[in-house]
Design a protein around this ligand. Sequence first.
Ligand code: AGP
Length: 622
Amino acid sequence: MCGIVGYVGRQSAVDILLEGLTNLEYRGYDSAGIAVNVEGLVELYKAEGKLQNLKDVVAQKRSHIEKSTIGIGHIRWATHGAPTTNNAHPHSCNCGKVAVVHNGIIENYKELREKLEKNGCTFRSQTDTETVAHLVASKYAQVKDLTEAVRLATKELEGAYALCVIHQDVKNTIVATRRNAPLLVGIGEGEYYLASDVPAIIQHTKKAMYINDNEIVTLTPDTMNYIDASKNVLQPKIEMLPWEPVALSKMGYKHFMLKEIHEQPDVVRNVLSGKLRAKDENIVLDEVTLDKETLKNLNRIQIVACGTSLHAAMIGKYIIEDFCGIAVDVEPSSEYIYRKTITDKNTLVIGVSQSGETADTITAVRQAKNNGSHILIVTNRPDSTMAREADSLIPVNAGIEVSVAATKSYMAQVISFYLLAIYMAEAKSGVGVDSLTSSDANWLNELKHELIVLPQKIEEVLAHKEDIQACAKKFSNSKDFIFIARGINFPTALEGALKLKEISYINATGYTAGELKHGPIAMLDESMPVLSVLMQGKVYEKILSNSEEAKARNARMIALTNSSDPKLNDLFEAIIRIPESNELISPILAIVPLQLLAYYIAEFLGKDVDQPRNLAKSVTVE
Ligand code: AGP
């Protein structure tokens, strides 16, 4: 949600800020703003709606704004107050000398606001952030030191924040701090950058430092002063960011989503690389530190995640239970954190998150950590807040994902779960919990072989995208869509439906096929498409019967199948075929056509595929 960028140096700041915001636009995009200091005066420029509106506002005064070599910028996903120009960041104080951008939520903003209003502050927005601007201004009036003013102000804040602050009287200086919201400093020659996420600055520098909770940095073009909340001076831990600027280009594709779908064969290769070397070698997960004792005593696994990551987790449940015989519960993080969960040191808790910044999942894993559970994080961002909570880590290596609709990160998460499940089966046998019989071992080796040959099979699916495009065209006018599946592909149905509703706004729902006749069948008529995920294996015939039942109610039937049975032609109006595979592997191949189907339908409908309405890439508020 929301994105922050900051710059202080010798170059003109405005283009650096706007470019940074462009690269963060996927995080939130309902209003935007910048604050600069032109010839000694702090000036704010803001606009509601897409970032282009801010660019248009800036363009009108470009030659003036260009003079500033310092600035902070923000792109907003509204939480407190509608997405209007007034509510857009940066926010300021009565005298207009302070400018603040903020990610997160100030939970005690109402009390603070009341207090500040009593002291004469006039509020111009409905946001929680404006309280920070007034608070910093009032502290600065007392201490005449911006770093100290920010430090004192944050002592009164409850909630989560990444903050960047400038003050008109403190030339060429940005003060930044965070708590439970990411923020990093990019280091250049005679210049510093600030960003809530790497894409905002990767064009300029790969040298960076992550700020930790409650730490404060004060940046001028030539200096970085770095302290903790008690004013102890800290040594910066500088690292090289593992991202390439090219990751932010569409590489000729119309949308990031389409590019990211096409990257999936390489994503699978990356995930497997170094972990699955050959079918007869054990899986290597370097950062999984489950010791023999923990493995022996493990009595259950809980997986917490949201959205698409939750669907990957559901596949994880299926295969871990199947391969390792350990009970696995999967729960949306937002539910997990508000009930009494039975966890102890013999419970492994797995947090799954593309961004590693999803607030509910962070809270859930912290809660489990407090109960003594071993925490394993499966994330695309090993530099994230969640990864820092991990006892064990599986970095999924999908590369930066820009489109709000997750595709390649889902693929990487699902593959990671296969690796984890096989790893645990092998490790458990290694510590004598369950010995693998030779047929078990052969069977696991077969699965490993299937994983190794997956990239080519995904390429085959992608090579037939025109067929999926044709199918999308045929069904793009539907108001509703039902996806049915059973067993290990039930999460595939849920994820296919989620992709479609996220980017096309069609009301799409996934059901276990067996549940159809317990209620949802009432919705079927000649206007309702029903897509059956029909993979060969133990539930094939069952889904076929469920599809017949739907057809008998005149639903428009679509099959997604790896079967070449000609009889399917009579039952289904459209058939999307994918290569054959073991049933247990089939979800990995089956999701690709569903991603493409959602993409092409949204594209036919002229929707904003990469930045669907109301959504943001990472949901950093509960
Ligand atoms: C995916 O297409 C969604 N945009 C969303 O459901 C996402 O998966 C969810 O918000 C979880 O995010 P995370 O993986 O970064 O934790």
